[in-house]
Design a protein around this ligand. Structure first.
Ligand SMILES: O=P(O)(O)OC[C@H]1O[C@H](O[C@H]2O[C@H](CO)[C@@H](O)[C@H](O)[C@H]2O)[C@H](O)[C@@H](O)[C@@H]1O
Length: 233
């Protein structure tokens, strides 16, 4: 797979964990690469840019010192790193999420990340991650059909099937018809966005790290993402 080209007239979509911030054991300590806040600030002076994350935007704001427009909760929340309201989920979704949260299996080392009105279950620090994953799969199988399980990097989350990063970035790209979208991401929910942008003329989709992907290009790690972004300054 080729390294990504430098695109004229870009519209940036940047995933957070694993793209702007290295993956670490503690989700509450996932600070951005030290150069990222400054680079994002400078890019924003020249180009439209959105951070697109599975995180709740308030939690992102605690980690990320610069102000930037952002999509949170895998497409369900829109705001910025400094200002965002929780998304308005319907009653059925709220009730189902609350019921599923009350039934999360009790497994040593699981970490429940609160992202009101939803949550993520991390098993990176479980004593036996394979066993934890099996028990979480059994729990996920009890979810109603309208909730979809997303298995990320040692984490599982439930989202409404209608909320995807793909839908969110398509909507934003439609507001910028004169711009060429660039999407950089490392995880499974970024694949929705890669697919959603595939038929936009010239769009550039970039997978960070190894693993199967529908993206056109690849960068090896967060350092390489920073170097690529700096090529626009
Ligand atoms: O869409 P993203 O910005 O990539 O967010 C996806 C999830 O990232 C976070 O979890 C992941 O990163 C943690 C910190 O490096 C790591 O400990 C964890 O194992 C990873 O799964 C975040 O905590 C989740 O809320 C995001 O949905």
């Amino acid at each position: 797979m080729d390294t990504p080209p430098r695109v004229d007239n870009p519209l940036f979509f940047l995933d957070y964990d694993g793209t702007l911030a290295p993956i670490v054991d503690d989700p509450d300590a996932a600070y951005p690469h030290p150069e990222v806040p400054g680079v994002v600030q400078k890019l924003r002076d020249r180009f439209p840019l959105w951070i697109v994350t599975g995180r709740d935007l308030r939690s992102l704001g605690r980690l990320f010192p610069a102000n930037a427009p952002a999509i949170g909760l895998h497409g369900a929340q829109r705001g910025s790193t400094k200002d965002a309201d929780p998304p308005a989920f319907n009653e059925d979704t709220l009730a189902a999420l609350s019921q599923m949260q009350s039934k999360v299996p009790s497994v040593e080392g699981l970490h429940l990340e609160s992202k009101p009105p939803t949550f993520a279950v991390h098993y990176r620090q479980a004593q036996n991650p394979e066993d934890a994953q099996r028990r979480l799969q059994a729990w996920v199988d009890t979810a109603p059909e309208f909730l979809e399980a997303i298995w990320g990097k040692k984490v599982v989350e439930l989202r409404h099937r209608e909320h995807t990063k793909g839908r969110a970035v398509r909507d934003i790209a439609a507001d910028h018809p004169d711009r060429v979208p660039i999407y950089i991401g490392d995880d499974v929910t970024d694949e929705d966005a890669f697919e959603a942008l595939a038929d936009i003329e010239g769009a550039c989709t970039i997978k960070v790290g190894s693993g199967d992907t529908v993206a056109q290009y690849r960068l090896p790690d967060v350092d390489a993402v920073v170097a690529y972004l700096k090529s626009y300054l």
